[in-house]
Write a protein that binds this ligand. Structure first.
Ligand code: BGC
Length: 244
């Protein structure tokens, strides 16, 4: 189908996918989610994606949002995934497995592209910082709608370690933090980002963004904050968009 791509979002706990109308920026039909294989080796993940692809036929090409720095067509980091991905030409690996053109990019960059094109950041001028809160913290800064790719602001040092070890959604679940406690951690992180970037808007993505009303009262900032308008689907839509 022309204008329809398969978007795949590879997260620490699940791999989510859907067929995306890349003109309208919306998912067509059902999304599919499978648990991320443990260990999440390239072979195991590609096998899982092969299964997903077979259950969602009809896409012209495939976009893959990947939790790593992506440069010169390769994955360079592996903070929350199997280290076997480092140095792998992920696009080529997927294209070979699926028999179709495949594009891959950082997962937070994918979610950010979707939100800036179709969601909470649409038409917003100036500096917009998009964050994904999941297993780690991903970041995607935009200036007048243009992305600066592969930033790793989740690894900013905070409290003697990576910020994502302090304020990710996984940390909230692992430590059974209530919304007030987690909100305070997120505020501290965002305040740090604000001191450095002075954004005009911050957008919070990831599955936890669907609970925005519950934690927003505990998150303070100078710039306005909006939850992802596309919810947990932002990563899928952005990956498909990047493949367009
Ligand atoms: C990774 C980033 C990724 C983020 C969200 C971090 O640990 O280093 O590349 O965007 O997690 O998945």
């Amino acid at each position: 189908m022309a204008g329809v791509n398969l978007g795949i979002d590879f997260g620490g706990s699940s791999i989510k996918a859907g067929l995306v109308d890349v003109v309208q920026g919306r998912i067509m039909g059902e999304t599919v989610a499978v648990p991320t294989p443990v260990p999440s080796t390239p072979h195991a993940v590609v096998e899982a994606i092969r299964g997903i692809d077979a259950s969602l036929p009809g896409a012209a090409s495939v976009g893959f949002g990947f939790p790593s720095v992506v440069k010169q067509g390769r994955a360079w980091t592996a903070a929350n995934i199997d280290h076997g991905w480092i140095g792998v030409d992920v696009g080529a690996l997927l294209a070979e497995a699926l028999g179709r053109r495949a594009t891959f990019l950082n997962d937070a960059d994918a979610a950010g592209l979707a939100e800036v094109h179709f969601g909470a950041g649409r038409g917003v001028p100036g500096t917009v910082l998009v964050f994904t809160f999941g297993t780690g913290i991903g970041s995607a800064p935009f200036i007048d709608g243009k992305l600066l790719p592969n930033t790793e602001f989740g690894h900013l040092e905070m409290r003697g370690g990576s910020a994502e070890r302090w304020a990710s959604a996984r940390v909230r679940t692992e430590l059974s933090l209530g919304w007030p406690e987690w909100g305070a951690r997120v505020s501290e992180y965002l305040a740090h980002m604000e001191r450095l970037f002075w954004p005009d808007l911050m957008i919070l993505c990831g599955a936890v963004s669907t609970h925005f009303d519950e934690f927003a009262p505990y998150v303070t900032s100078r710039a306005p904050i909006r939850p992802a308008a596309l919810g947990a689907a932002a990563g899928i839509i952005g990956a498909a968009l990047a493949a367009a």
